[in-house]
Design a protein around this ligand. Structure first.
Ligand SMILES: Nc1ncnc2c1ncn2[C@@H]1O[C@H](COP(=O)(O)OP(=O)(O)OP(=O)(O)O)[C@@H](O)[C@H]1O
Ligand SMILES: [Mg+2]
Length: 287
């Protein structure tokens, strides 16, 4: 049935997620702080009043409906859009620290017909280290190889980027961000269009990044995964923050209602949470 969007969130999952978050928070320090961030397009304010911080090794999900402002927030954080408010990374103002943020956009602007290999794309992540010399050194090649191996794309390193599937291309762009060796990684819907195996691969990469202390901010539409696989969530709707915190603390009917309106509701049945659409989603195919 096309209109079923229900999922079971067990309390056990929540407990595991919370213990996980507590363990990680105790090892970590703040790597990025964002205070009262606002930004938009041609006078239209797409996001405002965004305040949160990211700690070393923390995995934070940005959850909100289409048009909530998730991609706009990423673009502001990496300096692709002018913003108001303060962003600092490891104490430095964002003007100096964009190079410390790796970014995998929702849709890559790269021309798929441009004759560039997987290896070349990942080497682009080393631009900051290569600098004006323009000649990759041994450590750049080692970093590129390591990044490609971590996402399972080393065997395809000589392929043209236009000859990859959508999911393989996403892995290459994750590898490019890894090669950059940034302390903060922003992934805009990294799981859209990837199969279950690639999703598992990406989560394995995220686990390695956690051990290395890299903070990861991900936009996602997967509410169940968000509840169980992330340390904290930022709920966003109409460019405003509804809540920021551990999933167990902020996944309340009030917050979900404020974020998704009447499209989604959360019920508690015994020791389980059930996430269902309040109104069935009718698709043309259903008729
Ligand atoms: N280039 C643009 N010019 C003008 N308005 C834009 C532009 N890009 C996005 N917007 C608007 O800004 C708001 C936030 O868009 P954004 O792309 O950040 O949402 P999102 O949460 O990433 O959505 P999705 O889940 O569909 O990716 C929307 O109202 C959108 O129409
Ligand atoms: Mg988006």
């Amino acid at each position: 049935m096309a209109n079923i969007l229900s999922a079971i969130l067990t309390k056990n999952n929540h407990d595991a997620a919370r213990e996980f978050a507590t363990d990680c928070a105790s090892l970590s320090e703040s790597v990025m702080t964002v205070h009262d961030l606002a930004c938009g397009y041609n006078g239209y304010r797409a996001i405002e009043g965004i305040t949160f911080d990211l700690r070393a090794g923390e995995r934070v999900g940005i959850v909100g409906p289409n048009g909530a402002g998730k991609s706009t927030l990423f673009k502001a954080l990496v300096g692709l859009l002018p913003h108001q408010g303060a962003i600092s990374i490891q104490g430095a103002s964002c003007k100096d620290s964009h190079a410390m943020i790796g970014y995998v956009p929702q849709r890559e602007a790269i021309d798929q017909t441009f004759p560039v290999t997987v290896w070349d794309v990942v080497m682009m992540g080393r631009a900051r280290q290569i600098g004006y010399i323009l000649l990759p050194r041994k450590q750049d090649r080692i970093a590129v190889r390591g990044a490609l191996e971590r996402v399972g794309m080393w065997p395809l390193r000589k392929r043209q980027i236009g000859e990859l599937s959508g999911g393989q291309r996403r892995r290459v762009f994750v590898a490019r961000a890894l090669a950059q060796q940034a302390s903060v990684l922003l992934l805009d819907e990294p799981f859209s269009g990837v199969d279950a195996a690639a999703e598992t691969d990406i989560f394995q990469v995220l686990d390695v990044l956690r051990e290395e202390g890299v903070a990861v901010l991900l936009a996602t539409h997967n509410l169940v995964q968000a509840a169980t696989h992330y340390d904290k969530l930022l709920l966003l709707t109409n460019g405003r923050m509804i809540a920021f915190g551990a999933p167990r603390d902020i996944y309340t009917p009030q917050n979900l209602g404020a974020t998704f309106g009447d499209r989604i509701a959360l019920f508690q049945e015994g020791d389980q949470y059930v996430l269902v659409p309040d109104k069935p989603c009718h698709h043309e195919d259903d008729h």
